[in-house]
Design a protein around this ligand. Structure first.
Ligand SMILES: [Zn+2]
Length: 95
């Protein structure tokens, strides 16, 4: 129980520092819920995988890459979508 509190406080402090550094660099810091990002393709198609499946192959858009790279692209897409919601003048294009 205490370990979880320490863990949560550690993430909160880390996010605070990231937010501060982003703002001081003229950037924005957004938190994206990364849960399930390895189970979707950045094109939006579901792409279920088991934990030991390390390759991402999408039959919808043809994207072939590593599981981690596909997850990173999905996290980027989610973050840019969130940014577009908060700032409608921002255009979101993920290729
Ligand atoms: Zn796809």
């Amino acid at each position: 129980m205490l370990a979880k509190s320490v863990h949560d406080a550690g993430w909160a402090a880390f996010f605070f520092k990231l937010s501060y550094k982003a703002e001081s660099a003229g950037r924005q810091f957004l938190v994206v819920v990364a849960h399930g990002t390895s189970q979707r393709c950045p094109c939006g198609a579901p792409n279920p995988k088991r934990l030991n499946d390390r390759e991402h192959v999408c039959v919808e858009c043809g994207l072939v890459t590593t599981r981690d790279h596909a997850s990173a692209l999905e996290i980027l897409r989610l973050g840019l979508s969130l940014l577009a919601l908060t700032q409608p003048e921002v255009r979101v294009i993920v290729a």
